[in-house]
Design a protein around this ligand. Structure first.
Ligand SMILES: Cc1cc2nc3c(=O)[nH]c(=O)nc-3n(C[C@H](O)[C@H](O)[C@H](O)COP(=O)(O)O)c2cc1C
Length: 269
């Protein structure tokens, strides 16, 4: 598959840190080689693997916040331009560098490009969306029906992100008392992907209006694997400045101060 073959392109552009020209953003393979040199025969627990961790320069910091604040969920602004494999691999590598409970890395990424597959998936969305619309009434239902809530056919690349809950064996460090931690880890991978996509000029939309069984059937996903996210990706020239659901009157951002509690729970009991 071309996506795997082009893996070598990943390390080809390695931006330097402005603060630390000695530090390079590396491909996994480069990091692996460097680490092997550092640790030699010793185990990975050796603290000699520590590196300096200075704050980012102002422009680097601004770039991180820019990605966070200007990231949007995209449904309709996708351009038809193909996303090159090496760019997609950069995004997936960013996702693969997310934190995970016990370093379990429970995710997989099913990349779906074929229009006929995306059409089948859109049909599944469409049926589920009709059911969803019926759950609202009156004006809320008309607003719901006016919203476009997916870009499955318009975005040239779709990715189904899954979580293999059996990957670390029965007992996983950190998941011993909360079994959901593997799912949360997978969501971290999706957020990494989302932010990296923004930096690449690629929009991403998360579609959750499906019957799980439909996606499972179309994508041949076994029962033991959890479906965490269905994502639509493609280049964009324009993004909403605020969440589209706010622009279209569905909801608005809650003030931050209502979200922060001091020392203990201060919300409704
Ligand atoms: C778990 C999750 C599921 C979502 N599912 C959908 C969806 O099915 N359809 C949709 O249009 N947006 C979906 N979204 C996007 C949200 O509507 C969006 O993040 C929110 O309105 C805020 O907008 P912003 O992401 O542009 O800041 C989902 C987001 C998350 C995190």
């Amino acid at each position: 598959m071309p996506l795997e073959q082009s893996g070598k392109a990943l390390g080809s552009e390695e931006p330097q840190s402005e603060d630390r020209p000695d530090i390079t953003v590396c491909s996994t393979r480069t990091v692996g080689r460097a680490l092997a040199r550092i640790v030699g025969d010793q185990t990975m627990t050796n603290t000699s693997a520590l590196a300096q961790a200075a704050p980012f320069s102002e422009s680097e910091r601004n770039a991180v916040y820019k990605a966070i604040y200007t990231r949007r969920d995209v449904r309709d602004q996708f351009l038809p331009d193909p996303v090159p494999d090496e760019v997609l691999l950069r995004l997936l590598d960013a996702a693969h560098h997310a934190p995970s409970v016990g370093f379990m890395q429970p995710w997989n990424f099913i990349v779906i490009r074929a229009p006929e597959d995306r059409e089948r998936i859109w049909q599944a969305f469409s049926a589920a969306n009709e059911e969803a619309a019926a759950m609202f009434s009156g004006e809320r239902q008309s607003t719901y029906r006016s919203l476009k809530l997916e870009g499955i056919r318009k975005a040239p690349v779709n990715i189904c992100v899954t979580c293999d809950r059996t990957r670390g064996g029965e007992v996983v460090l950190g998941r011993t008392h909360n079994s959901s931690m593997d799912l949360y880890s997978t969501v971290c991978a999706i957020q990494n992907l989302w932010l990296a996509a923004r930096a690449e000029g690629i929009g991403m939309g998360w579609v959750s209006i499906f019957h799980d069984a439909d996606l499972r059937d179309i994508l041949a996903i076994p029962d033991r694997i959890e479906i965490v996210g269905y994502l639509c990706l493609g280049y964009v020239e324009q993004l909403y400045e605020r969440p589209e659901l706010e622009v279209k009157g569905w909801n608005r951002r809650t003030p931050l101060e209502e979200m922060i509690f001091d020392g203990k729970w201060q919300g409704d009991p």
